[in-house]
Design a protein around this ligand. Structure first.
Ligand code: PLP
Length: 355
């Protein structure tokens, strides 16, 4: 019940243990096609170039930013926690001149601040935002910001590492150009792949670059050779992880996205009630809290390190520590994917009572 990885679904663990197929085996290529198809449903997109980057969520972040940004480009990055900060770092390393739109940790990014930054930087090429900020538990509303970004014609890069599969993500509806995620949160697959999708507009931007993509490994133009119809070798695909992702996406879609969202919301409400009753308080304001990640201040009498050690050692329950300004005073409790279950909420609350 930490901030990820979540527990893997049994179907995923079974898939991980299967004998290997070759990465150009026709059966495996069929699995790749099905992964892309399932990801299109979960991302809500028709984007042709929808696939899984070999690497964790941060590899997805790098792939998104290094493909669309070149040295000298201007990028606007929203920062209200660790992962917005990481995007700013990655965009800067890609050579972009980065402008930040900041909010206090635990608060949403305000559309008015985004509007101001877009007005002040009319040449900005991309705007990057985190949907579910895992360091604070804040759920970022997207609609108003998406409209602003669209009106300015800027590329929209969105991090859905923690949200995908556990709450609605609407890539085409929001006009997102590059959206990436990770496998180890609400998809209930071990860490190791980063689902990603590029709009045709984003691919056109990549094709018209003045300079080659700085990362050979993450160059979407080269990856298209493998994930597209040519099926040419780029790097040896992580067969077992992709087979596991295929199984995990199947589990999510068999449950149904709406049902998964409803389960995450219901278990979140149950946990919130139990935590607040016990004196915990949420960092994120009401109405802007993630269902899959609860960042809560500890009540008097609960000492961070010793209480977490007791939950882990005596009960086998992991909860995450606070990050940044919340270190030592907050916990981050995950109810992601397969871990989002009523019995887990009950076990945790009972364990807290026994501290
Ligand atoms: N973005 C967000 C919102 C995250 O929560 C994380 C990881 O927790 C990442 C990016 C980076 O993903 P990873 O740790 O899988 O590289």
């Amino acid at each position: 019940m930490g901030p990820g990885p979540s527990n893997a679904a049994p179907e995923v663990l079974e898939a991980l243990g299967r004998p290997l197929l070759g990465h150009l085996d026709p059966l495996f290529l069929k699995i790749l096609d099905e992964i892309a198809e399932k990801l299109r449903i979960i991302f809500r997109t028709n984007n042709r170039m929808t696939f899984a980057v070999s690497g964790t969520g941060s590899a997805g972040m790098e792939a998104a930013l290094v493909n669309v940004l070149e040295p000298g480009d201007e990028a606007i990055v929203a920062v209200n926690g660790v992962f917005g900060g990481r995007m700013r770092d990655v965009a800067g390393r890609a050579g972009a001149k980065v402008v930040s739109v900041e909010s206090e940790w635990g608060r949403i990014i305000e559309p008015d601040d985004v509007a101001r930054a877009l007005d002040e930087h009319p040449d900005a090429k991309a705007f990057a935002l985190v949907h579910a900020e895992t360091s604070t538990g804040v759920a970022q509303p997207i609609d108003a910001i998406a409209q602003l970004v669209k009106a300015h014609g800027v590329l929209f890069v969105l991090d859905t590492v923690t949200s995908l599969g556990g709450m609605p993500v609407d890539v085409d509806g929001w006009g997102v150009d590059v959206c990436y995620s990770g496998t180890q949160k609400c998809l209930s697959v071990p860490p190791g792949l980063a689902p990603i999708t590029f709009s045709e507009r984003a691919l056109d931007v990549v094709r018209s670059r003045r300079t080659p993509v700085q990362s050979w490994y993450l160059d979407v133009g080269l990856l298209e050779g493998y994930w597209g119809s040519d099926r040419v070798y780029h790097h040896t695909a992580p067969i077992s992880m992709l087979t596991a992702l295929h199984a995990g996406l199947g589990v999510v879609l068999d449950e149904g996205l709406e049902k998964s969202f409803a389960r995450h919301a219901a278990n979140a409400a149950l946990l919130a009630e139990g935590l607040v009753t016990r004196g915990f308080s949420y960092v994120a304001p009401e109405g802007f809290r993630l269902p899959m990640l609860h960042c809560v201040r500890l009540p008097d009498g609960v000492e961070d390190a010793s209480a977490r050690a007791s939950l882990l050692n005596d009960r086998g329950i992991e909860v995450g520590s606070g990050l940044g300004p919340f270190k030592g005073t907050c916990w981050r409790i995950g109810l992601m994917g397969h871990t989002s279950r009523q019995e887990n909420v009950a076990r945790l609350l009972e364990a807290i009572d026994a501290l």
